[in-house]
Design a protein around this ligand. Sequence first.
Ligand code: UTP
Length: 226
Amino acid sequence: MKSIVIKISGSVFYWNKIQDSLPPLLDVIKGFVDKQYASFCLVTGGGEPARQYIRVGRAFGGNEGILDDLGLRAAQLNAELVISYLKSYSYPVVPKTVDQAIETFVHNKVTVVGGFHPGHSTNAVAALLSERLNADLFINMTDVDGVYSSDPHKHPDAKKLSTISVKQLRNLIKQGKMLAGSYELMDIVAINIIERSKINTRIIECSPSSLNKAIKGERVGTEIMV
Ligand code: UTP
């Protein structure tokens, strides 16, 4: 059976939309589990809870390390929330390390994780797990429908790319800052892992229809060429 790692965008975990947007995504995964199509590992972003904790921690003068810690724990809480919806489809505990996640994965249930270590993002967590689990596919769901030539939120004339090389992606994200709560599209740790292990990676919009297509191997969003 195939193994697929899916990063659920932090943008889903905002209080005003989480109850509407999360269940349809998880229902897509449940459908594939029912068909025994693949084994899944889900990685949840930190979303609004992470942003809020980091904002207050920063106002209190906390250092970047402790702010990262707040963010990754918020991501773990989001993972717990996913488990509360998936119920018996998922392993009931959120792994806190790569080793624990690997152990969990062999139980034939959906593994759901949040953050691991300060200094990177949940995208890096997802890339690390894709590598260790020899995943056939890493689907990175974001709040845009793929990678653009520049940030589409800031530049309306930005063009969507159906493929992007690792080098191009690295150049795009180089401009971003690495502060707690502000790791962009992909962080450098994630890109390095994708490159060294040639992980089959697709960046897609966080929607049930795109997720459905990406799991089936259809061309949707942006494919990272390694
Ligand atoms: P993310 O940056 O991954 O969440 O984690 P997000 O931004 O909501 O998700 P996307 O990328 O938009 O989908 C939130 C914060 O938690 C800390 C970092 O500070 C990160 O910015 N974090 C998370 C870690 O330090 N280590 C981890 O393993 C995960």
